[in-house]
Design a protein around this ligand. Sequence first.
Ligand code: ATR
Length: 262
Amino acid sequence: MHNAAFAKLGLNWRYLAFEVDPKNLRAAIEGARTMNFAGLNFTVPHKLLAMDMVDALDASAKKFGAVNTIKFEAARNGKCRAIGFNTDADAIITALDEDLKIRLRGAKVLLLGAGGAGRTAALRLAMAQVAELFLVNRTRSKAEVVAREIKKRCPSVKVSIGYPKTKIDLLLNATSLGLKPSDPSPLDETKFSLKQTRAVYDMIYRPAETRLLAAAKKSGCKTANGLGMLLYQGAKAFEIWTGKRAPVPVMRLALEKNIYDR
Ligand code: ATR
């Protein structure tokens, strides 16, 4: 999506993917800085490690405790500073708004997963002033840690562990269950019926329709997969690096073509 965006804007830039062993992350960041890269993106497990490897953290990275984007920028002393950003968290909100037209303020949300993506989603939803968050995770203790953090940082949001007994507005899957065709659904339908939610968002975008989304559609829910999240975290990173508005439709088309071969 970035290369399509660079081409659209006539920028002679390139976005390249490198596989870096976590033990070499610091060296990789220094290498990129030395070679005058404009910036970097990270994925798991580098997002947490990179927090300690930048010269400054933008408020977005401080808030969510994870860096998925670095911008290298010239400092006054002639050196180059690495600034860490988080563009994942806001992308959740933009994607939910665009794809599901959900009013998050005051909403009741069931969130599946309390790993990196789950924690970021939970915090960002709490900051968007949802009324109530239900957290479910295979490892309950991780959901409890996230719940405690939300209670501390967003005390007006009601948080509980476990499935809701009432109707909700949104079910969001932030687990990795569904990536493989053999994966079971992340939702235990003996404990919560899809009839009890208006909408379902699955952060997974490949396959385009997970088992969870197929079942949700059958139950009449509004559904969307995680492509919008991928798109908007990328669009924001593009804007941070280039200082130009991201050509979002071009980026979306590039994603659809490359991911779904459309
Ligand atoms: P990410 O950064 O993408 O969130 P992660 O931090 O490894 O990756 O989190 C993966 C999430 O998927 C976790 O919520 C994990 O549950 P645990 O905290 O219990 O590990 C969940 N997950 C992964 N495999 C799962 C499985 N087979 N059954 C249920 N949940 C699973």
